[in-house]
Design a protein around this ligand. Sequence first.
Ligand SMILES: [Zn+2]
Length: 196
Amino acid sequence: MAVIKNIQEKYMREALKQAHKAYLLGEVPIGCVIVHAGKIIGRGYNRRNTDKNTLAHAEITAINKASKKIGDWRLEDCTLYVTLEPCQMCAGAIIQARIPEVVMGCMNPKAGCGGSILNILEMPQFNHQAAVTRGVLEKECSEMLKAFFSELRIRNKAEKEAAKADMPETHSKDPIGDRVENAEINADKMVDKKGK
Ligand SMILES: [Zn+2]
């Protein structure tokens, strides 16, 4: 078990490196790697705002790259590592790609479909299910998200105040505030169930 845990943590650290790339772009920091025969064959990080693309989630990018590398849409014998519980789109893509094993960092109670809102990864009604491990480097994964959202709130507040000082009559546009609301993830609620 200790060996498996070490391997899982090793690759989750690689997924965290990807998440950090998103962080540096001002994106919600989510990262993913796909491992086949002990080698990373696909990497991805969230670029939704940067690319202005709904599909630019970490997992979708990693799946695309892994499929190119393997030369098949089927990613059998692969393990997908992701820092945050996948959404409905990514969980669906994981099942479509026949990925047999998923390892996740922290859970996403507001949008997750790997056990929180739905459990698309383990539905017996589908012809394929993934074996799921949850909570690998959970603290590191959730702390990166929390840091991101607290910085975003500070920036948001500063920009609001600056806008107020500039145009005391205007209350309309607030793009960063919208982003916080639309981010689908409530960092305060992302603390694991143990209540750490
Ligand atoms: Zn997703």
